[in-house]
Design a protein around this ligand. Structure first.
Ligand code: FES
Ligand code: FES
Length: 930
């Protein structure tokens, strides 16, 4: 079949043989126009939006056979080397671009809107963008960006000159500067892993178990091996090295040939010359299974005689912590309350499905191009499987379309690496959305039991907590997750007596892994529910009750840690309290009730617990005046590359537009460990500060020598070095570079930073819960508080969140717009956790198997969000800054549940608080005559 179509004003004739081929596949795989992204290929995410005959459409839903004579515009048509469309500029300028994977789709939907109406109101914008999902921003800044672009267009600005976009001056810490990577992301120039096409490349596909628990009896690949385009099929026995991987326990087979433990367990890998051929071959592999009963509940896993999935007792890990005399604490209490809570599994839902390309270089080094949160760790996980030493593996970090913890674990890397090593050809392996949902790790589900005592004055005297966590088929980092749950289980309060016990179990489910908050959002639900219930029982204002118990500098947490500086929880609560006092509560609509709920939380910044927490940074002055800043940290959309450039610009005085950041390549860049635990602002930020001191010393020494000036009197101003005391110009940056070239001198430096010493101060029961003298569990914490205002229908149980007030203690703002973006994105993700998001498995089989079924919030559900940024500097943070990106999620669920209580008088103790649960609680309270 042949069609003619026009794409970005160019005419094409295309002959195709697959009548199901989509416009998206044609644009990406044939024309290699990759701005339109493949986020789901099912019409659920909007990342593929293009303009077809003047209308925004989802390219993954349009079949080529229907498009003869069509005119298509893609994002590539909205920029050239010199300039960009106002939408591209405004998305970057307003901070609407984080990971950037959704951005092309949003911009094309916005373009179709603004082409009709350059002055849309907010309702019209939300309507036009309703098919586009953003997992990072919370949508607030996207709406601002569309308004701002419309304004530019009304002022007849049709293009914005690229040279004017990044400031050509020092940018101070605290400024809302445009991110260095945002124009490239917004214009579609940023290449994600799946956007790369290499010569002679093979495509990998994996046959996965259709059963949650089954014994493999036989695998037959004969017919599949003869399938067209197939170069190689691998089974477990073909793996040259160890057939196991895992970040803490190597308990997961790369390819399983014995007993599969979840839907998604890998059984065979196919490498073929096209994706379609690889898919066709998968269909021809025959596997005989004997199904086994799945273990899907904690009670089943720990029952006597239960089938054992791992170890001796199906326990992934146990943790315990405590301080003080629990019995005495409860004896002093005037009131003791007890309750149980449930939280659900959640899928990360990052817009970019996992993807990588592995290739064997002529020098015998395997290069793996992948968006990973821990590039050095990837090399160590791949190495034993392929039988290479880790230093023969280069992880080349690609831009990441969202991670949220889920890209800490290995996903596509080992399968692609095996293929590259065995076939000698480059191999691309990209998950389909369905595969990403079924295979990748989830936020764990938990069963929480709390017992809390308080005296008549509202001071908490004791807390006892039991956490049972539902893990999955393999351990992933669940052990570390429940460790953090234990640490934060009682919230940001000083409590004289506490005991927390936790255990995580293996189940025939997708593995549980890291997800934004890392064990904190689950227990924040429990602890803050208890705080609100206790305040309610004592008839105390929920904020005042918290203020009586809140952590202060030098006061201990429940693990005995005593944070000394940067303790901002009191300020957060007071800021929310003040803002609430000014808030005008809306009048309820007929049949609806309005409620306001409160929650607070705190979280570690940095790895802590005695782990090595270090990072490197290096820089080199280039002949064009740019400084190449090399970092080991991973920018997964949170803006760390840009934040580091901002710290560097401020501390060195270098123009912001002359800083180029390279990060996350294990050969080219210094190492910085895993990007997790909100640690990079603190750890890599300090490395960059040290680096700038060294580089400045080197540069100014050379200037003093070359131009015979006093080194201590040199400054930088308007792209020139000056004598600070007189303002006299010594030399322009370009002249200095010419002088260096003439003398063949290079200017470069490197620095390392190791975080403050911590220890594993979780108190071990056998030592009688005594706090070690040097017990710093974590070097720093971030703090936050939130008020959520919602309306709920008594009839349907439907909830609309109207407004959120969030205060977040970040230590010191590096980039205000980025901080707000993290807060807004976290708030919206937290509301999803509270109200709609859940990864549902029934008897080990996945129910929520598409992007549309995960309950991710859309633009129409975004409330008004008031961000109050608190700066309680940490004495060791760069400029006093701490990390903050994860915590804004944690208050969503408890504040929503509290607001439901305020509105309806019920406590919803299980999330997500879907309408059926709300109505069930309402019915219960009606029957009880409450
Ligand atoms: S890729 Fe088309 S809607 Fe998701
Ligand atoms: S910026 Fe929207 S999904 Fe990441």
């Amino acid at each position: 079949m042949e069609i003619q179509l026009t794409v970005n004003e160019n005419e094409y004739a295309y002959e195709f043989h697959d009548e199901d081929q989509t416009l998206l596949s044609y644009l990406r795989d044939v024309l290699h126009l990759t701005a339109a992204k493949n986020g789901c290929n099912e019409g659920h995410c909007g990342a593929c939006t293009v303009i077809l005959n003047g209308r925004a459409v989802l390219a993954c839903r349009k079949l080529l056979k229907d498009l003869d004579g069509a005119h298509v515009s893609t994002l590539e048509s909205l920029s050239d080397e010199e300039s960009v469309h106002p939408l591209i500029y405004s998305f970057a300028k307003e901070g609407a671009v984080q990971c950037g994977f959704c951005t092309p789709g949003f911009i094309m939907s916005s373009k179709a809107l603004l082409d009709q109406n350059t002055n849309p109101d907010e309702k019209e914008i939300r309507k036009a963008l309703t098919r586009n999902i953003c997992r990072c921003t919370g949508y607030v800044k996207i709406i601002d960006a569309v308004k701002s672009a419309g304004q530019l267009m009304r002022n007849n600005t049709l293009r914005v000159d690229r040279k004017t976009i990044l400031p050509d001056r020092l940018v101070s810490v605290g400024e809302s500067v445009i991110r260095i990577d945002s124009i490239k992301k917004a214009s579609g120039e940023t290449l994600f892993a799946d956007d790369m096409y290499l010569e002679d490349m093979l495509y990998a596909k994996v046959l996965r178990s259709p059963h949650p628990h089954a014994k493999i009896l036989k695998i037959d690949t004969d017919e599949a091996s003869k399938s067209s385009g197939v170069v190689r099929i691998l089974l477990a026995g073909d793996i040259p090295g160890e057939n196991s991987f895992g970040p803490i326990k190597k308990d997961q087979p790369v390819l399983n040939d014995r007993r599969v433990l979840y839907i998604g367990d890998a059984v065979a890998a196919v490498y073929a010359t096209s994706e379609g051929e690889a898919d066709a071959a998968l269909e021809k592999i025959r596997v005989d299974y004997r199904e086994l009963p799945p273990i899907t509940e904690i009670s089943q896993a720990i029952a006597d005689g239960a089938a054992i999935l791992h170890g001796e007792d199906n326990i992934i890990a146990r943790m315990e912590s405590g301080r003080g005399d629990l019995e005495a604490g409860f004896n002093r209490a005037e009131l003791i309350i007890e309750d149980e809570f449930h939280t659900q599994y959640v899928e990360h839902g990052y817009l970019e499905p996992e993807s990588c390309i592995a290739r064997l270089n002529n020098d015998g080094v395997l290069t793996v191009s992948v968006a990973s949160q821990g590039p050095p760790m990837d090399a160590h996980e791949i190495a034993p499987v392929i039988g290479f030493p880790p230093d023969k593996i280069r992880i080349s970090g690609m831009p990441m379309g969202g991670g949220f913890g889920g890209k800490e674990d290995i996903s596509v890397q080992i399968i692609a690496s095996l293929g590259a090593v065995i076939t000698g050809r480059p191999v691309k392996y990209t998950f389909t959305r369905e595969e990403s949902i079924s295979v990748s790790g989830k936020r764990n589900a938990t069963e929480l039991k709390y017992r809390l005592g308080a005296d008549s004055g509202g001071r908490i005297t004791a807390v006892e907590i039991d956490i049972a966590a539902k893990g999955g088929a393999y351990a992933s980092v669940e052990e570390a997750v429940i460790l953090r749950s234990v640490s934060f289980a009682a919230g940001p309060y000083t409590i004289p007596a506490a005991v927390v016990k936790a255990r995580a179990v293996y189940l025939n489910h997708a593995p549980a892994c890291a997800m934004r908050g890392f064990g904190n959002p689950t227990v924040s639900f429990g602890s803050e529910m208890m705080m609100n219930m206790m305040a309610d029982s004592l008839n105390l204002d929920p904020i005042e009750f918290r203020l009586k118990n809140v952590l202060e500098p030098g006061k201990p947490t429940i693990t005995g840690d005593r944070p000394l500086s940067g303790v901002g929880i009191k300020s957060c609560l007071k800021a929310v309290q003040k803002e609430l006092s000014l808030y005008r509560k809306p009048e309820p609509r007929e049949g609806w009730e309005i409620g306001i709920g409160i929650a607070a939380s705190y979280k570690n910044v940095g790895l802590g617990i005695g782990m090595d927490d270090s990072a490197g940074a290096s820089a080199k002055l280039l002949p064009d005046g740019n400084i190449a800043l090399h970092l080991g940290s991973v920018d997964m959309g949170q803006g760390s590359d840009s934040a580091m450039a901002q710290i560097f610009s401020d501390s060195l005085g270098w123009p912001f537009n002359l800083i180029t950041v390279h990060s996350a390549d294990t050969v080219r860049d210094p190492l910085a460990g895993m990007t997790t635990a909100s640690r990079q602002t603190f750890i890599s930020g300090n490395a960059v500060l040290k680096l700038s001191v060294k580089l400045k010393e080197r540069m100014y020494s050379l200037i003093a020598e070359i131009y015979d000036v006093d080194k201590d009197d040199i400054g930088l101003q308007d792209q020139s070095f000056i004598v600070r005391s007189s303002g006299v110009v010594i030399a322009a940056i370009s002249e200095f570079i010419d002088a260096l070239e003439e003398k063949q001198i290079s200017v470069e430096a490197e620095a390392d930073y190791s975080g403050p010493r911590t220890s594993f101060a979780l108190i071990e029961p056998e030592k009688g819960y005594e706090t070690p003298e040097d017990g710093r569990l974590h070097a720093a914490y971030c703090y936050a508080a939130q008020a959520t205002v919602l309306e709920v229908s008594r009839k349907t149980g439907k909830v609309n969140v109207l407004d959120v007030i969030i205060a977040s203690d970040v230590g010191r703002i590096i980039n205000r717009a980025s901080v707000e973006g993290q807060m807004e994105g976290g708030v919206v993700m937290g509301l999803g956790y509270a109200l709609s998001e859940q990864f549902v498995q029934h008897e080990g089989r996945i129910v929520t198997d598409s992007y549309a079924r995960l309950g991710i919030r859309r633009i129409g559900q975004t409330p008004g969000i008031k961000c109050l940024i608190i700066e309680e500097p940490h004495e060791q943070g760069p400029y006093g800054a701490k990390g903050m990106g994860e915590l804004p999620l944690s208050m969503g669920a408890p504040s929503v549940s509290h607001a439901l209580h305020d509105a309806l008088g019920i406590w919803v103790k299980s999330i997500p608080a879907v309408p059926e649960k709300i109505l069930a609680e309402l019915n219960k309270s009606t029957e009880a005559g409450v």
